[in-house]
Ligand binder design. Structure first.
Ligand code: SAH
Ligand code: SF4
Ligand code: F3S
Length: 490
């Protein structure tokens, strides 16, 4: 955990300061006082359980929320029978939504047994007014609701909820505010996400993200670099720069900076070994970025470049602002310039009005680009988006049939592409013990593939050279190669 907040020096006998982050530091101290008192009264520590749905942006937000809880003295737990349960929600597809309602149904029983517990909901789903109405009506036992723009206020809001019997709701439509310097509880000691921007301005016609995450805001490069330097001092070797469209980073800053320029600065951070980023919108991917990636020692050989559809007609309806041909040209350029790059993508099947011909165009792009891997999604209608009002929603059986065909193609190609580095020796950052076999550890290649090889716990967080013995479809089995052997083989 990295934080340098001195809670003991905060005077809780005076009113909370108005400016941030000092105000939140005050409320974290106040929360800590409440937790201490309650814990003494009960004769046991207080527990909190958080669960995160959705993308890496949400995962990073949850690390911040957990940082606040931990600094306030809560013990983090996986058990929903806790004193505080917090769900950080996602609403990108309906499934994500349904999961949260399922969890809430279960929690209502838990809360009947433990009436003192507090249930908090935050994240993208809470930015939808219909969702909040439904919770107010059907899930009265929820204690706190907040959104994506004010997660930095969590300590203050939780204090309010602890001091009140009512449902506390604080939702902002949008914000320009970016609050720095709050605590973070990292999931991994050796890798971390780093937000470089928030929100999205693209309004792809199927997508709810711009409505729930607000307009695009970039963090200042100096704040980003300061955070990364702090993380590296704390043992982080790999960072993932996060934004809905990292290629448009920096456009609205007082002193505009491009994403390619930011990457060059990040590269200079001593001790940092690997840089990843998510997500790149094809319409904004610059030649400068390709140049920087090509010559970089640290940027990983992986680019996630969402296609969504291979049909120029559907892409126009989706408001993606590129054509099939432009996408293919870009992918071709990337493959030529950086041959060992792994290209991955997102594809939606069954967008309104998609015909078999449109779908064939998608298959055609998949065959031509030969993705290393792809996430495939069935189109999900999101209230309030332009696509939800479009006629010609595609019948479910047709979508399912297309989805199955796409998945088979994607997987066949992915198996072949994954085998590309078989027989090579590559650096691997070890992430964990293998879940199935305790004699193995699991690590990640620069191109994002996983490799399992014999090893022990001490290797976690280290970068080692691994011989990639056998590709097993989407992952590798390997063997660690020590420096001496490596020398010998050369
Ligand atoms: N900002 C990122 C994507 C964020 S959402 C980008 O533009 O690439 C992640 C993925 O979810 C999208 O790439 C898209 O493929 C999928 N998605 C978004 N809205 C969807 C919807 N309504 N139905 C199905 N899939 C959707
Ligand atoms: Fe959604 Fe498009 Fe923004 Fe990605 S770029 S978050 S798909 S609107
Ligand atoms: Fe979901 Fe919000 Fe991410 S809707 S995908 S958690 S930005």
């Amino acid at each position: 955990m990295y934080n340098n907040i001195d809670l003991d020096s905060i005077d809780l006998s005076v009113a909370a300061p108005m400016q941030e982050p000092e105000r939140q530091h005050y409320f974290i101290a106040k929360l800590r006082q409440i937790v201490r008192e309650k814990s003494q009264e009960l004769g046991r520590p207080l527990f909190c359980c958080t669960e995160t749905f959705g993308c890496q942006m949400n995962a990073r937000d949850s690390e911040k929320l957990r940082g606040i809880l931990e600094l306030a003295g809560y013990e983090l737990s996986e058990n929903p029978e806790s004193d505080v349960v917090l769900y950080n929600t996602c609403t990108v597809r309906e499934n994500a939504n349904l999961k949260v309602y399922g969890r809430l149904g279960y929690l209502s029983g838990v809360k009947k047994r433990n009436p003192g517990m507090k249930i908090a909901l935050c994240g993208c789903m809470m930015q939808e007014p219909e969702v909040v109405e439904k919770i107010k009506k059907s899930y009265r036992f929820v204690d706190l609701i907040f959104g994506t723009h004010n997660i930095f206020k969590f300590a203050e809001l939780l204090v309010t909820a602890l001091e009140s019997d009512r449902m506390v709701i604080d939702l902002w439509k949008d914000t320009q505010q970016i609050v720095e310097d709050l605590p973070v509880e990292r999931t991994y000691s050796f890798k971390s996400g780093v937000n470089i921007m928030f929100g999205c301005n693209n309004f792809c016609s199927y997508c709810i993200v711009p409505y729930v995450r607000g307009r695009e805001r970039s963090r200042k490069p100096e704040d980003i670099l300061r955070e990364i330097e702090g993380l590296v001092k704390d043992g982080v070797k790999e960072i993932m720069l996060l934004g809905q469209n990292v290629n448009s980073y920096g456009k609205n800053l007082e002193n505009p900076v491009t994403f390619a320029q930011l990457l060059q600065e990040v590269e200079k951070v001593d001790g940092l070994e690997r840089i990843r980023f998510m997500t790149s919108h094809p319409k904004d991917l610059s030649d400068d970025l390709i140049e920087v990636m090509k010559h970089s020692q640290k940027i990983c050989r992986h680019l996630h470049l969402p296609l969504q559809s291979g049909s120029s007609r559907i892409l126009k309806q989706m408001n993606r602002r590129y054509t099939k041909e432009q996408y293919l040209e870009l992918a071709g350029k990337l493959r030529r310039e950086i041959p060992d790059l792994s290209l991955t993508t997102d594809i939606i099947v069954g967008f309104p009005g998609e015909t078999e011909e449109d779908f064939q165009e998608t298959l055609d792009v998949v065959r031509k680009v030969r993705y290393d891997s792809a996430f495939t999604f069935i189109y999900s209608k999101r209230t309030g988006t332009p696509a939800a009002a479009m006629e010609n929603q595609v019948p479910e059986d047709v979508v399912k049939d297309r989805f199955a065909r796409l998945l088979t193609l994607v997987q066949d190609i992915s198996k072949e592409m994954s085998a590309r580095v078989q027989g090579q020796i590559q650096p691997v950052l070890v992430e964990s013990m293998n879940e199935q076999d305790a004699s193995l550890v699991t690590g990640r290649l620069s191109n994002n593939l996983l490799v399992h090889f014999p090893g022990t716990e001490e290797l976690i967080g280290q970068t080692v050279n691994v011989y990639l013995k056998e590709c097993k479809g989407f992952y590798y089995l390997g063997e660690i190669v020590d420096e001496k052997t490596l020398h010998f083989e050369k």
